[in-house]
Design a binder for this molecule. Structure first.
Ligand code: ZN
Length: 668
């Protein structure tokens, strides 16, 4: 149960220039648009016009450009790892990649790889069998109804306990089962066809497959009904329920807890954090009231749906059709090698990551970024100390939290060993199952032990970053520490506006609507005085209101409460980066480069990293599920609050980029 806040929802190097310090890339801009009318368009319009979305993508953005370049680098590593002479984890990496590329063998196997699991489900005839099978499936790293894993103790974050999370939904969110707007209805209809199509491919008759679709939908609707909304799930007080084994059993007395804990070797007596108790109660109700045959139908669907991308072409194509075309508007699948590089990265991330860092992340970059983090930290310290609304006690706690930030740059220092993963080039499916069992065992082995602070939730090539409130850590993988985020040859205005804002964003999560509920040690503990808390909530509400009331066209709005934390990270982060930039100037005026002042270059660099073209379907899915605002609004709404920006570009009250002073949101 991860509560981390990432920079953006995701799962290139621009040609490296050398010599003089790089300033502003004019081709990015749309000079026909006024900076004070629409700064997003002004700063990125040149780029967005010239960068249409490729047919195999749901969006194309600065982030994807970088991710794409990283894929090419991963390919170089994977090709070398596939050559004769590779040993150990590098050989495993090469074999997994080649196994994934071996579509001939994968296609020849059809649905056969699933047969053994299907037979176990077919063999269920009583409710007792059902309960036993739900536990035994856990040993195959299959958690059909709920997730179980390791999580920090909410009261003592240095210790790892067991965590149980709600699960079981095949649509992107609980609301998809109930909303009655036309777009959602269309998705539901497509979902029913999708379930039927995959079921037919797996051998059901058309009429049986159609019945399966209805059964699956009804079964999941009952689970969805008991699932918290996305907004509720952002509140740690609604999703933290530490309890004993006996209390967990009380929530769902008909589930075989002893069986599951036994199969997973989870130590007896360990505390359990159950994120959604009502969901567990609903699951128990399903367990005693829903016919065994319905459960069997649903269990087989979950296996099929989860594993379709690793089966033969017909299964892969249907899975792509629903998950990428229907939900995200993508017309075409990515070349196989890119899909396989992604699989290698998610499956054997540390094996690939250590080779990536050796080859593509110079020690000098690490040093320079660490220096930036140090400067940002100092700027936040100044800000907290100078803040006019914090009472002494809260200020002391906030500074303590800042000082305790564990800042991690580039990659972990301790790599995971994959020697228990069995990989062969002619059985891709078995390799994935082995990796997923090993991954599950690795995760569960942490339970009952002190936290291992060397572990990362993102692999090194990832173009993203995160804050972990329970570790109070900020993490910046090597993948994002390259141009245009960080560029050793760029002037400081660029680096502070781009990677500085990213660092500030992650630091800001320590003090957003969610992160502020955890203390310096990562414990869920209130450290605010009542008055400061009320003040803080007022400031958060300003951001919520700003996003909720902004018309995005077509009657669409952000769900203000869902995006508040990320928007606070953006506003706090950019303000902080601006202060740190000015601190770095040490009182001197910044040079004018390419006709732009230092402050102008700072804000242009910020906007540039959010340059994005996105398909409508993708935007709709993100609006419904993603706590991050749309890229365009991350730029526009953040800057509308910043007098420093208005001054830099000479924007006046009444301009679209200027929010009326009384309504401007300010965090510190
Ligand atoms: Zn974030």
């Amino acid at each position: 149960m991860k509560r981390i806040s990432v920079l953006l929802a995701l799962s290139a190097l621009c040609a490296a220039q050398t010599g003089t310090k790089k300033g502003v890339e004019r081709a990015m801009l749309d000079p026909t648009c006024k900076a004070c009318d629409d700064f997003y368009r002004y700063a990125t319009g040149g780029w967005t016009d010239k960068n249409p979305i490729p047919a195999d993508r749901s969006s194309w953005a600065t982030f994807t450009e970088l991710a794409e370049a990283n894929l090419e680098r991963e390919k170089t590593i994977l090709d070398a790892s596939s050559a004769a002479g590779a040993t150990g984890d590098q050989k495993r990496l090469g074999d997994l990649f080649q196994g994934c590329m071996n579509t001939e063998a994968i296609d020849a196997a059809g649905v056969k790889p699933l047969q053994a699991l299907f037979s176990r489900i077919d063999a269920i005839s009583t409710r007792q069998d059902l309960v036993a099978t739900l536990s035994s499936l856990q040993s195959d790293a299959i958690s059909p109804v709920f997730g179980i894993g390791s999580t920090p103790d909410p009261d003592d974050a240095g210790q790892i306990i067991a965590g149980i999370d709600a699960g079981g939904l095949s649509l992107p969110d609980r609301d998809y089962y109930f909303r009655d707007d036309a777009a959602t209805k269309k998705i539901r209809d497509a979902f029913l066809l999708h379930v039927a199509k995959l079921s037919e491919l797996a051998g059901q008759t058309p009429s049986a497959a159609a019945a399966t679709a209805t059964t699956v939908f009804d079964f999941e609707s009952a689970l969805a009904q008991a699932t918290l909304t996305r907004v509720q799930r952002r509140d740690p007080y609604l999703t933290t329920h530490k309890m004993s084994f006996a209390q967990t059993k009380e929530l769902a007395p008909d589930y075989d807890w002893a069986g599951t804990f036994g199969v997973l070797n989870i130590p007896n007596g360990v505390a359990i954090d159950v994120s959604q108790p009502d969901f567990m109660r609903a699951m128990n109700k399903q367990l005693v009231s829903v016919p065994v045959e319905t459960w069997k139908t649903w269990l087989k669907w979950r296996l099929l749906s989860g594993r379709a991308p690793s089966l033969s072409a017909a299964f892969r194509d249907e899975s792509f059709h629903f998950n990428s075309t229907v939900l995200n508007g993508v017309a075409q699948q990515q070349p196989r090698w890119k899909q396989c590089a992604d699989v290698a990265n998610t499956t054997l991330g540390d094996a690939l990551g250590r080779l990536y860092v050796d080859k593509y992340f110079p020690a000098e970059s690490r040093r320079r970024v660490q220096e930036l983090v140090t400067n940002m930290r100092a700027a936040l310290g100044d800000q907290l100390k100078a803040s006019d609304w914090l009472e002494a006690e809260t200020r002391k706690n906030a500074v303590a939290k800042l000082e305790a930030f564990d800042a991690r740059v580039g990659s972990t220092v301790k790599w995971r060993d994959y020697s228990n993963v069995q990989v062969s080039r002619d059985n891709y499916f078995a390799a994935l199952e082995s990796a997923s069992r090993a991954g599950r065992a690795f995760n569960l082995a942490k339970i009952g032990k002190p936290v291992d602070t060397t572990q990362w939730a993102m692999t090194p090539p990832t173009v993203n970053a995160y804050y972990d409130p329970q570790r109070n850590s900020i993490t910046f993988p090597a993948g994002i520490l390259q141009p245009p985020f960080f560029d050793a040859n760029a002037d400081d205005a660029n680096n502070y506006g781009a990677v500085g804002a990213v660092i500030g964003h992650e630091m800001g999560h320590g003090f957003d609507d969610q992160g502020a509920k955890y203390d310096a040690a990562g414990n869920l503990k209130d450290w605010w005085t009542a008055q400061d808390k009320a003040n803080f909530e007022k400031r958060a509400a300003c951001v919520t209101e700003q996003f909720e009331t902004t018309d995005m066209g077509g009657g669409q709005h952000h769900n203000g409460k869902l995006v508040t934390g990320e928007a606070m990270g953006d506003l706090g982060g950019l303000t902080l980066a601006y202060k740190a930039y000015h601190k770095s100037l040490g009182g001197k005026a910044a040079p004018v480069i390419d006709g732009f002042t230092g402050d102008q270059r700072f804000f242009l660099a910020f906007a540039r990293v959010w340059a994005t073209n996105m398909r409508e379907e993708r935007a709709r899915t993100l609006l419904a599920t993603d706590p991050h605002p749309m890229a365009k609004y991350r730029v526009l709404l953040t800057l509308q609050n910043m007098p420093e920006f208005h001054a830099a570009f000479g924007c006046k009250p009444g301009d679209a980029m200027v929010r009326p002073v009384a309504k401007q949101c300010k965090l510190w």
